[in-house]
Design a binder for this molecule. Structure first.
Ligand code: G3P
Ligand code: MG
Length: 253
């Protein structure tokens, strides 16, 4: 992550920093590799995270479940069917069973700890809580990496569509920035994120508009938008003055 983005990652008001690179984005806009660089490599694998970092992201995004034996594993779906050569529910499988599966190009389903070891503080890690009991398990891993491996709170971002699970996480670990994921604009716009004491509200490209962005900014929130892959859409959301973009092809940002 660039030093300037690390500084600006705190929930502060706006600065415009002239872009000196070829990217159309102002430097303050966080470039987030969605499930790594899933447009190029099997999603949520070390190979995908490696590609995203090679493409100069500021952050990688990944999804977590707790499997049957308690490990926090990095996979997007409640079932392994779509992304591996196996079948069945992720939460019903032991870690040993999950490790038998091919997650694409011979990659294994990684644990969150394996991803953190691989990333080694080079970029922010956005952990999206997908499954049950992920708040406590994620808190335990993050706490370990902050205490033993000298990671800082700002090296992490935790998000979820499940605002109850996210709230549990925030209670356990108030210093870690959280992002309230939403898939549509509630009547109260970004107020749910304020209630969660979130740093950001993360909205789908399908619903983003200027009023929403302004409302969030007036609430002191950052706005991150997912998943923006087309060049036209990237230009469109950049004009709305969003603060971060999730992309499957990070070189387009
Ligand atoms: O966090 C942004 C995005 O990952 C949310 O949706 O379904 O890709 O996890 P999904
Ligand atoms: Mg996700």
């Amino acid at each position: 992550m660039s030093e300037i983005n690390k500084l600006l990652f705190k929930p502060v008001k706006y600065y415009y920093i002239e872009n000196t690179e070829e990217s159309i984005l102002a430097k303050k806009v966080l470039k987030i590799g969605h499930r790594g660089a899933m447009g190029h490599e099997p999603e949520n694998t070390i190979r995908s995270f490696k590609k995203a970092i090679a493409l100069n992201v500021d952050a990688i995004e990944l999804d977590v479940y707790v499997c049957k034996t308690g490990e926090l594993v990095v996979i997007h779906d409640d079932k392994v069917d779509r992304t591996t050569n196996g079948v069945g529910y992720t939460e019903d499988k032991t870690f040993a069973e999950l490790r038998q599966l091919d997650a694409g190009k011979g990659e294994l389903i990684p644990t969150l700890e394996e991803v953190l070891d691989f990333v080694d503080k080079r970029v922010i890690v956005n952990i999206e809580l997908k499954g049950r009991k992920t708040a406590i398990a994620t808190y335990q891993v993050i706490d370990k990496y902050i205490k033993k491996n000298a990671w800082s709170a700002l090296d992490f971002m935790v998000s979820s569509f499940d605002h109850h699970e996210l709230n549990k996480f925030k209670q356990l670990s108030p210093q870690i920035p959280v992002g309230a994921l939403i898939d549509g604009i509630p009547l109260s716009y970004s107020d749910c994120a304020v209630e969660l004491n979130a740093q950001s509200i993360n909205l789908s490209l399908d619903f983003i508009n200027q009023d929403f962005v302004n409302h969030a900014h007036n609430n002191g929130l950052k706005v991150y938008v997912y998943t923006v892959n087309d060049y036209d859409d990237i230009a469109k959301v950049a004009k709305l003055n969003v603060d971060g973009i999730f992309c499957n092809f990070p070189e387009r940002l």
